[in-house]
Design a protein around this ligand. Structure first.
Ligand SMILES: Cc1cc2nc3c(=O)[nH]c(=O)nc-3n(C[C@H](O)[C@H](O)[C@H](O)COP(=O)(O)OP(=O)(O)OC[C@H]3O[C@@H](n4cnc5c(N)ncnc54)[C@H](O)[C@@H]3O)c2cc1C
Length: 378
């Protein structure tokens, strides 16, 4: 384990926060903490492009609509501004503000309730006639739709690249990045048999979190991602809440993404080697293409990825102090990437003693609920 941080200090005497896990949640937190003046060590065990990391996925959607939740809608909107600011800061198109369409099958469904919340919060959105929405795509079947919610400033983030960039910014801000597997040791960690203590430790370990700390309300499910060989570029991303499908046009030549948000089998081991996607996952995506974009139903597969969700029953996250100075941060429930900048900023305030953690993130019993994800189906 490296002894010196980027200031050349012996970190055993100056370090005061350890963040374990350099996915987008841990890396964003490390960056914010360092920018707030804290000394931070960030520990990560896998390579940046290892597909087992949820944040190493190629792309993630950025949208503000969250049903009736003002809390997540506002946080997503603030994060959208942060992703744009990141583009400016590093001079790179990490976030692509291509807009996003919600295909609504009911005249007064989830999409319309979301639109009411967005309008109340002054977040840009419009309800479109389906025929009008169809003009945004080379071809789109819309005879099953009643309305379409359009978020013109939403879009897609290049996820793996974003995670690399944020990790690099964190190092530039003074964070010491340590490569290793950490084990909990009170208010500290053990890496390579050696214990290091800290004032605070944050375990931002994604799907590995329930294996490290038993009793957390987090279930890990397998999720296959599919792209298809279609060169529709620049089209808005889309979500079909009732159809549990989402995707976007071609980005970086990987093809058009069409993926299901239906939860895979629980009990998926995040250590599992990644191979082919399941035939059923391809079929589900093709069935959706046949329904929405029929000319693409038979095109060859493009990029595929096997990843996992870390789901809580109500899709609210877990951010909790489980013992003095020891925090867990996880249960992103498949909708956490976009929120990382603002979640990190808020948790930084909590760790710095300037704010209290929101009780919604606590370890209380949780009712099964939907509405925060992109899927109306379990
Ligand atoms: C298929 C799919 C689609 C998704 N789509 C969207 C979307 O459209 N929009 C959106 O906002 N979100 C989406 N998400 C969710 C998003 O990807 C996650 O919310 C986000 O990546 C979670 O980041 P994380 O840092 O918590 O987890 P991870 O990226 O998994 O990071 C956890 C890290 O901890 C490390 N780690 C674990 N244990 C240890 C240890 N003991 N020692 C050291 N390191 C350790 C791991 O190696 C890993 O790098 C999607 C997720 C999936 C799987």
């Amino acid at each position: 384990m490296c002894r010196l941080n980027s200031h050349g200090d012996d970190y055993e005497t100056v370090q005061n926060v350890i963040v374990v896990g350099a996915g987008i949640w841990g890396a964003s937190l490390a960056l914010r903490l360092a920018e707030s003046g804290r000394r931070v060590t960030l520990i990560e065990r896998l390579d940046a492009d290892d597909p087992r990391r949820a944040s190493a996925g190629e792309t993630r959607l950025v949208r503000s609509a969250h049903g009736t939740s003002e809390f997540y809608s506002q946080m997503a909107w603030e994060s959208t501004r942060e992703w744009l600011a990141l583009n400016e800061r590093v001079g790179e198109q990490i976030f692509l503000p291509q807009g996003l369409m919600w295909f609504g099958r009911e005249a007064d469904g989830w999409e319309v309730r979301s639109a009411e919340v967005l309008k109340d919060l002054d977040i840009p959105c419009t309800l479109l006639d389906p025929a009008e929405a169809a003009l945004f795509y080379p071809e789109m079947r819309h005879d099953d739709l009643a309305t379409v919610l359009y978020e013109p400033e939403a879009g897609v983030v290049r996820a793996r690249r974003a995670t690399e960039v944020v990790t690099g910014l964190a190092q530039d801000a003074g964070v010491t990045l340590v490569r290793g597997t950490a084990r909990p040791a009170g208010r500290g960690v053990v890496v390579d048999g050696e214990r290091t203590g800290a004032d605070q430790v944050v375990w931002a370990c994604g799907a590995w979190l329930p294996g490290l700390f038993h009793g957390l309300p987090i279930t890990v499910t397998r999720q296959d991602t599919t792209h298809f060989a279609a060169d529709w570029t620049g089209v808005p991303a889309f979500c079909d809440y009732s159809g549990s499908a989402y995707g976007h046009g071609d980005i970086d030549g990987h093809g058009m993404k069409i993926t299901s948000d239906v939860e895979g089998e629980p009990g998926f081991d995040p250590e599992s080697p990644r191979g082919e996607i399941l035939a059923a996952s391809e079929q589900r995506a093709r069935d959706y293409l046949a329904r929405r974009f029929p000319s693409l139903a038979e095109v060859p597969l493009g990029l595929t990825q096997v990843c996992q969700y870390a789901l809580t029953p109500d899709a609210e996250w877990v951010v909790a102090e489980i013992e003095d100075g020891v925090w867990v941060m996880g249960g992103d429930s498949g909708h956490g990437f976009k929120h990382a900048p603002v979640l990190a900023a808020r948790l930084t305030s909590v760790l710095n003693g300037e704010a209290a953690v929101d009780p919604r993130f606590g370890l209380h019993p949780r009712e099964s609920a939907r509405g925060l994800r992109t899927s109306g189906e379990t």
